[in-house]
Ligand binder design. Structure first.
Ligand SMILES: Cc1cc2nc3c(=O)[nH]c(=O)nc-3n(C[C@H](O)[C@H](O)[C@H](O)COP(=O)(O)OP(=O)(O)OC[C@H]3O[C@@H](n4cnc5c(N)ncnc54)[C@H](O)[C@@H]3O)c2cc1C
Length: 497
């Protein structure tokens, strides 16, 4: 069997947002990719509605920035916390200012539309073989490849790839095969998600509202276009079947909208989980997205985390497959990504603890804290990688994303850099590097820029540096003041032996 089947570089199991972004990244790198998706269409249930500026930057890196901006709106209006009497307790202001990644800090969108854009993007890469209606049913790892048992239309076949990435969601068959245990971070709560499309102008806020009503905690979101969402906590004693009946749903949102003003798009009960897997790699098998972490959606970061996984993993898989890096580079994927994912989930759990308060006395105490200006727990953890493929001696700067300024010619920085490593510095500093270092830059395929633009010059000044080395995912390898420092940090660039 397997001898006859083509050997793909990477098989991706699951074509949700994580798998679709990973397939776009690997496709753009020229890798042969098999995508297995058991469903025949995009998952229609409403889920993610928010992504952040770094996610837009990843989508930009696969040439889909304009397509994504066409279906998203920048989120500039922040979040208000309102008590059961309708009084505003706290306002988290939004901002219309540009963020560090060359766009807004936050965007709102409809997940099925984003997934359609990502799938259309795959059509640009003939070597990405997307097989819808194909379910992974078995995995057999070998020393040099992995055999995959696949079922489609009642028939079974064996396909093979050098690496397999399980982007197969919360129940992840790939994770189960790897026997990677899930660690529970403490929140498991059902919520009803109710999406409507307004049929006429309705006086609803442009910002997100957290209704901190202990009788029924709720969140209201202005999504995009005429789409609006209510997330409604399911309480003990609720009859779940009755809860999703239209008459109950409209009664719950009656203070804001009526059936005559809006069309019910969909209502579904989700159980919000807070789990993280131990073991994101087992030999040639890897996990990404919900397959290895799930967060309550209070920060709107679950899908974002999966897309960051894809960006972290794609260039490493490409470097290993090209022979530019040892397989051990793949171990830095979990060590780099997990601390940030864990910090995000822990923050979402704490925020959930505040939003989900149902005890009236506790709620009153919480409201008093809000009025006094706290609890201020809403700053997202900084984008900082855990230990991995960058200079550990400069923790204030290495392992963090490099900003994406606009250049004098109007382009964004990444358009100049492309999907490769970069060495950017003042010419005297670059010339002070050893000839072997310059040779390493050439062999790694890095772009070398010796006359930085003013925006980058200012960044170098602010960091007391003469040069900076970047990875293909735009995270900082390290900064250098001298040729010797540049020699040292350039060792992190993967090169062919
Ligand atoms: C109510 C709600 C609101 C949310 N809001 C946000 C938000 O605002 N922002 C945000 O960033 N995130 C949000 N999220 C989280 C986000 O939706 C998920 O994190 C994201 O969809 C996960 O993407 P994924 O690709 O990893 O997994 P999934 O989207 O679950 O995709 C997994 C895919 O694998 C396929 N699959 C599974 N098993 C097999 C198999 N054996 N063979 C082949 N295919 C298989 C499935 O069919 C599926 O298509 C929210 C989630 C919920 C529930």
């Amino acid at each position: 069997m397997a001898e006859q089947a083509p050997l793909y570089d990477v098989a991706i199991v699951g074509l949700g947002p994580t798998g679709a972004v990973l397939a776009n990244l690997l496709g753009a790198a020229g890798r042969s990719v098999l995508v297995l998706e058991k469903e025949t269409g995009v998952f229609p249930l409403p889920r993610a509605i928010h992504f952040d500026g770094e996610v837009l930057r990843v989508l930009q890196s696969v040439g889909l920035r304009e397509q994504v901006l066409a279906i998203a709106r920048p989120g500039t209006q922040g979040m208000h916390f309102v008590n059961e009497a309708g009084q505003t307790l706290l306002v988290r202001g939004g901002t219309a200012a540009l963020g560090p990644h060359g766009g807004a800090n936050n965007y709102y969108f409809h997940q099925p539309e984003l997934e359609a854009v990502l799938r259309a993007g795959l059509a640009r890469h003939p070597q990405v073989d997307v097989r819808l209606g194909h379910e992974l049913t078995g995995i057999a790892p070998h020393a040099d490849r992995v055999a995959l048992q696949v079922r489609s239309a009642g028939a079974s076949a064996t396909l093979q790839a050098r690496y397999v990435v399980g982007c197969d969601g919360a129940r992840s068959p790939v994770r189960q095969h790897m026997r990677s245990p899930l660690v529970d971070l403490g929140l498991c709560q059902p919520w009803l998600v109710f999406d409507v499309i307004l049929q006429q102008p309705v006086d609803l806020p442009g910002h997100t509202v957290q209704h901190c009503d202990p009788r029924r905690p709720m969140t209201y979101c202005n999504v995009v276009g005429a789409r609006r969402r209510w997330e409604i906590m399911v309480l003990p004693g609720d009859d779940r079947d009755a809860l999703v009946q239209p008459e109950t749903l409209w009664r719950l949102v009656a203070p804001w909208v009526t059936p005559g003003q809006a069309q019910l798009e969909r209502a579904a009960i989700y159980t919000f989980h807070s789990v993280i897997a131990e073991g994101w790699r087992a030999g040639r098998l890897l996990l990404a997205g919900d397959a290895c972490h799930q967060t309550p959606p209070f920060l709107g970061q679950g899908m974002c985390a999966g897309i960051r996984d894809a960006a972290n993993l794609a260039w490493k898989l490409d470097a290993v497959l090209a022979g530019r890096a040892p397989e051990a580079l793949l171990d830095t994927y979990e060590s780099e990504r997990k601390p940030h994912v864990r910090a995000l989930i822990e923050l979402a759990v704490r925020l959930g603890g505040i939003i989900q308060t149902t005890d009236p006395a506790e709620a009153a105490a919480r409201d008093a804290r809000f009025r006094a200006g706290g609890p201020e727990i809403f700053e997202l953890p900084p984008q900082l990688l855990g230990p991995g493929a960058f200079d550990p001696t400069a923790p204030a700067v290495a392992g963090r994303p490099f900003p994406q300024p606009r250049l004098r010619d109007g382009r964004l920085l990444d358009e100049l850099l492309g999907r490769r490593s970069a060495v950017i510095g003042r010419s005297a500093a670059l010339q002070a590097a050893a000839p072997a270092t310059a040779e390493r830059w050439r062999r790694s395929g890095a772009i070398v820029i010796d006359q930085p633009e003013p925006a980058i010059d200012a960044w170098l000044d602010a960091h007391g540096a003469q040069a900076v080395v970047l990875r293909p995912d735009r995270y900082i390898v390290g900064v250098a003041r001298t040729g010797a420092e540049l020699d040292r940090i350039s060792q992190y660039l993967p090169v062919a032996p």
